[in-house]
Design a protein around this ligand. Structure first.
Ligand code: BG6
Length: 799
């Protein structure tokens, strides 16, 4: 009879949870399985006196003990650490003694259970392979002596991930339980810092542990609200199904804001930064729970995993422009101090990021999902907010419920509410409670949350608040893997995040002062699928001693404005300024006429403009050339070819807005009589108001030439002309160029100078007077426009 029932139960469990992501059905969800599965459980916390263990883990284990003692299992607890026993033991017991019982346990019972718990616990030094061997032997001897049946062994590795593979190997070799008992090893992030390191760690761990033995924790999955996202979606599917799609959802915000800084853990944080620390994991997990298909069986980790993987595979690839990043201002000096770095050390680690994610899933196509997190922000709060479109226009009664924001908020914790909750605005629907352990909230109705008083939400909250770790530890005891990360979803997540992380590697995060002075500095907005800050960076918030090595510096050069930065940042800034000038022109109702130079310096700029083409008003832009080499446009040496290959073919501007210089006419190159220069000049006069180009981008050569205006070219004779043929001292000798007259009529002229090789030139130019014959660049002086030099730090400082 028992056997038959047991077989049936086992079958049900296997069907419910699938085999591959569990322990082959072995000991899964023990409570359901009857006494034959009961036995002794050994718990080993490696890193037992560390911060995490002290703050959360022992509390979780103690609560498990309190709720399970006397129900068929027996336990022993080992706290492992690197210190010898005489130092580790008192430290461990100080922590264990400070544990509190779960709510509802009487003082008397609590004292009794705590005493037992302490008796069952011991410290062990776990430093070498021999230490693990001795532990394994000790566990076996104890079990044998006391005649106990073994249920399983749980190892919680609360140590840096660099130690995981070695410990796993030792556990496998010396501490693996005999057949019939389970082994569960709990691991904590970071699981690598990019795709390849995560793969490498995975491969090393897989040598010692089976996939179903690994419990990779993301503590956000243990947060009460996060763990109820899928149940909420399922429970309320009849309301949600018609509106959980792109026709109704306007946007999704997944946010974790913190007021604290990263001090005290910079050796970790400085290598990881905000995206790796909380976005790649915690916020991404929330995103997958919100967008995956709701599994038929909420505890089926295989189905959950499959649905999660589908989410990852449908996400649009993240590009550099998908994120804005920032760094609070005190961060760098904190790094210098805590990591013993010199004063000129500069960290590019972001402490803030705002990211826009889009999916190709037909259900949500076009709905932006914003993932945002940062340290030193105005409040500590975590939430996921789904805002629905509202196309109702209330003409007179603005307070009408139909006009109010429609939203569902998964309030993870802290912030205004101070408790975890799920809120549904009353103009959507009245949700069912997610489970019997939750209740409705009706207090503090006038507080405002996201534009609505609490009275206008249906609010539900857990009756008893539980720590995420306590919840997850309880799941590990039960062998429930649906709240843990599988190796393939972990790798899918890294695969998604790695390109963005790589593209941001050399980007300077925007400095922000830290709350309360951040004001709007970190606000960002969506443009196409990209994001950008809505305000200019406050360069003057950077302390003086850092301006040279940091971000963008503004100054004067040869009496004109100068912008300087490290190359990538400089290009970013120049692109941004060009885009701003274009928008300004277009907003003023005029086309944007931009003349571009050839050479290698502007290549990075062209690339950057091409990447961000969604936001640039290309449809209203005309592209001219500042100069051209007299070669067919198909040749590599042609400036037009360069502009074409690196920019024009990637952006959408009308073909008739593209104006290559006519260097090839009548099947010959740059022959005066063919009148190419005159024709180009006429085109400019015909299309450009007062022949005043909106923007001319120039470079400067080692000999001081700009466009194709070289030292010694006798240009005066060309009088008022806008375009001319010139001679270059280097091949190809023949050129066509805008004249000084054309350039100096422009509304804005930028000179881009990049690279260490130009340092001497930059120094020399800074000293000399205007001598156009010798240094043509010195004749660039827009009559009514503005000249700005963009000089990177390499050229400016020679570094
Ligand atoms: C951790 C990060 O994973 O999550 C921390 O390493 C962050 O930097 C923390 O502060 C946030 O978690 P919680 O539970 O405080 O919201």
């Amino acid at each position: 009879m028992w056997k038959a029932m047991w077989g049936l139960l086992l079958l049900l469990v296997l069907l419910a949870c699938g085999v591959s992501c569990d322990e082959g059905g072995q000991d899964q969800d023990e409570e359901q399985k009857g006494p034959s599965r009961r036995g002794h459980i050994t718990i080993v916390v490696v890193g037992a006196t560390g911060d995490l263990a002290k703050k959360y883990l022992w509390q979780g284990f103690f609560h498990q003990y309190v709720s399970r003692v006397g129900k068929g299992h027996s336990f022993s607890f080992y706290g492992g650490g690197l210190s010898p026993d005489d130092q580790g033991t008192p430290r461990l017991f100080e922590i264990l003694k400070s544990q509190t019982c779960p709510a509802g346990v009487s003082e008397e019972r609590c004292a009794l259970v705590k005493e037992q718990f302490l008796r069952l616990s011991q410290y062990r030094q776990l430093r070498s392979a021999e230490d693990y061997q001795a532990l394994g032997q000790h566990i076996e001897t104890q079990l044998r002596q006391e005649g106990m049946v073994e249920a399983g062994r749980l190892f919680y590795l609360s140590v840096p991930p660099t130690a995981y593979a070695d410990i796993a190997e030792r556990v496998n070799r010396s501490c693996r339980p005999p057949r019939g008992a389970w082994l569960r090893v709990v691991l904590e992030k970071p699981f690598g810092h990019d795709l390849s390191s995560a793969q490498e760690l995975g491969t090393r761990l897989a040598k010692s542990l089976k996939e179903e033995e690994m419990y990779r924790i993301d503590h956000y999955l243990g947060k009460q609200v996060v763990s109820q996202i899928l149940p909420f979606r399922k429970e309320n599917s009849k309301f949600l199904q018609p509106i959980w799609n792109k026709h109704h959802i306007d946007r999704v915000d997944i946010v974790l804001k913190e007021t604290l800084d990263a001090k005290g853990r910079l050796s970790f944080y400085d290598q990881y930064g905000v995206i790796r620390d909380v976005i790649q994991n915690h916020l991404t997990e929330v995103m997958t729970l919100l967008t995956m298909s709701v599994p038929k069986n909420l505890t089926d980790c295989n189905e959950i995993n499959r649905n999660k993987l589908r989410v990852f595979s449908s996400l649009h690839r993240l590009e550099k422009g998908s994120a804005v990043i920032g760094q609070y201002q005190a961060y760098n000096s904190e790094v210098q101090l805590e990591l013993n770095k010199t004063k000129d050390h500069f960290s590019l680690t972001p402490t803030f990021a705002g990211i826009a994610i889009h999916t190709t899933m037909p259900q949500y196509e076009g709905v932006p999902m914003f993932l945002v997190s940062g340290k030193r922000l105005d409040e500590r709060v975590g939430y996921a907010r789904v805002t629905f479109k509202n196309n109702v226009f209330c003409v007179e009664d603005q307070s009408s419920v139909t006009c109010k924001p429609k939203q569902i908020i998964f309030y993870i914790g802290h912030g205004l509410l101070q408790y975890p909750a799920i809120l549904v605005s009353k103009n959507l629907f009245k949700p069912a409670l997610v489970n019997s352990g939750w209740k409705e909230v009706t207090e503090n109705q006038d507080k405002l949350l996201f534009g609505l008083p609490l009275s206008e939400y249906y609010i539900q909250t857990p009756m008893v608040q539980r720590e995420a770790y306590t919840e997850l530890i309880s799941q590990v005891f039960r062998g429930r893997r649906d709240h843990f990360l599988s190796s393939d979803s972990l790798l899918a997540s890294w695969k998604f995040w790695t390109p963005l992380l790589k593209s941001q590697e050399h980007t300077f995060p925007r400095p922000y002062p830290g709350s309360p002075s951040n004001a709007n500095l970190l606000d960002f907005q969506l443009q196409g699928r990209e994001v950008r800050f809505t305000t200019e960076a406050l360069v003057n918030v950077i302390p003086q001693e850092r301006t040279e090595s940091f971000q963008v510096m503004h100054g004067k050069y040869r009496g004109a404005d100068m912008v300087s930065a490290w190359p990538e940042e400089l290009v970013e800034r120049l692109a941004h300024d060009i885009e701003e000038a274009a928008e300004e022109a277009v907003l003023g109702g005029a086309p944007f006429h931009m003349a571009l130079s050839g050479g290698s310096s502007p290549l990075a700029l062209f690339k950057r403009l091409a990447q961000h083409h969604h936001t640039f008003p290309w449809w209203n832009t005309h592209v001219w050339l500042a100069d051209e080499r007299c070669v067919p446009p198909t040749e590599d040496e042609s400036n037009f070819r360069t502009v074409h290959d690196h920019l024009l073919r990637h952006v959408r501007l009308p073909y008739f807005n593209i104006h290559p210089m006519p260097v090839e006419l009548n099947q010959r190159l740059c022959v005066e009589e063919d009148g190419g220069a005159g024709a180009y000049e006429r085109d400019i006069a015909r299309l450009v108001n007062a022949s005043s180009l909106s923007y001319v981008l120039l470079g400067v050569g080692f000999d001081g030439h700009t466009a194709s205006l070289f030292p010694g070219n006798r240009l005066e004779a060309r009088g008022e002309r806008l375009v001319t043929l010139t001679e270059s001292p280097v091949k190809p000798h023949q050129r066509m160029s805008l004249t000084f007259g054309a350039i100096n009529r422009a509304q804005r002229v930028s000179v881009l100078v990049m690279g260490k090789g130009k340092h001497e030139l930059v120094t020399q130019l800074s000293r000399i007077k205007d001598t156009p014959d010798r240094w043509p660049i010195t004749k660039i002086q827009p009559a009514n426009g503005r000249l700005v030099w963009y000089i990177d730090y390499e050229a400016l400082l020679g570094q």
